[in-house]
Design a protein around this ligand. Structure first.
Ligand code: LMR
Length: 323
């Protein structure tokens, strides 16, 4: 490179603006989402030579379920990874397809949806609500917890169960004879401890890292529903980046999401090993007959989804990504 070119390149480099990305989320660092966020931060620091900084705010420190989407819209944060269940209330009910109980048998089936044309369409759909959809991340499958084992349909009767703000999840709990109560994730532990709610549904990694074990004596391995996330940014912020930065951030995010998706199943498996060692918690499993009875009982949640979103998306998931 000639001296003039080197000078030009150097001045271009110094002229490149510093960028700050505030990434807020509601779970602990030691979860699939928490680890993905920290890995993204490291990759961005390395690949930008420290010029682009990612600040990660875990555990609802900055914003919680009630205000994080609004904060993104207003430009108070640049990135979020809300669970897919939380997009229905901001005008994208199609995302609640992921909440349908017993729809997915394993992560391979979920990934067929998120990595295929349906996933691309859903990410694109976010633009109508002033968000840029950048990718999907798994947590895993949810397990039911309460003060007593809940294995049979009659065990759910009359229980107040915390749900995320998803109509499908509320319909699922009602179909089981329970009362769904929508609460922000960050307030769930306190509500369980105070007896405001009797139980909840969480992947084991969230259950453990939120310290729910001392306030929920029984976990039943129902794996009845999926919990995953969509990585989103603010469109004005995203458009304000220069093309090279946007490409670098997209690549760093894809790499971090790949790593998070590789880690998620292991982290939940490891969390279960830890949970089983806790003498204060009983871990129950379901017999095939109990599982079938639950599956049958939650069918009204499907009617609810179809009424809200239409059958075509559900049929496409069932047709293109059959187990
Ligand atoms: C929940 O509210 O239960 C989850 O969405 C929390 C999370 O982000 O994993």
């Amino acid at each position: 490179m000639g001296a003039a070119c080197m000078l030009l390149a150097a001045s271009h480099r110094t002229a490149q603006a510093e960028v700050l990305i505030r990434f807020s989320h509601v779970v602990a660092d030691d979860t699939p989402k928490g680890q993905m966020a920290l890995h993204f931060k490291t990759l961005v620091a390395q690949r930008s030579g420290g010029r682009i900084r990612v600040e990660v705010y875990p555990d609802s420190q900055l914003y919680g379920d009630d205000d994080e989407m609004e904060a993104l819209r207003l430009g108070a944060v640049e990135m979020l990874a809300p669970s897919l269940s939380k997009f229905g209330t901001v005008g994208i009910p199609e995302f609640e397809v992921f909440d349908l109980p017993f729809l997915f048998r394993d992560l391979a089936q979920v990934r067929c949806v998120t990595r295929g044309s349906i996933g691309r369409k859903l990410l694109h759909r976010l633009s109508r609500q002033q968000m840029v959809g950048l990718g999907f991340l798994d947590n895993g499958f949810k397990q039911m917890s309460a003060g007593k084992p809940i294995q049979n349909v009659q065990d759910f009767k009359g229980l107040r169960l915390r749900v995320q703000a998803s109509r499908v999840l509320a319909a699922q709990m009602r179909a089981l004879g329970a009362y769904p109560l929508v609460l922000p994730f960050g307030e769930t532990r306190r509500a369980l401890a105070a007896g405001v709610v009797d139980g909840a549904e969480n992947p084991v990694s969230n259950f453990l890292t939120q310290g729910l074990a001392p306030v929920q004596r029984a976990v039943t391995l129902t794996s009845h529903g999926y919990l995953g996330y969509a990585m989103v940014s603010n469109p004005r912020f995203w458009a304000s980046l220069d093309a090279a930065d946007r490409a670098m951030l997209t690549q760093a995010l894809n790499d971090a999401l790949d790593q998070g998706n590789r880690l998620s199943a292991d982290m939940n498996q490891q969390a279960l090993v830890t949970l089983r060692k806790d003498p204060g918690v009983q871990v129950h499993t379901l017999s095939p007959a109990q599982r079938d009875a639950l599956r049958l009982a939650v069918q009204p949640a499907y009617d609810d989804f179809e009424r809200r979103v239409g059958v075509s998306l559900l049929r496409q998931v069932q047709r293109d990504c059959a187990p």
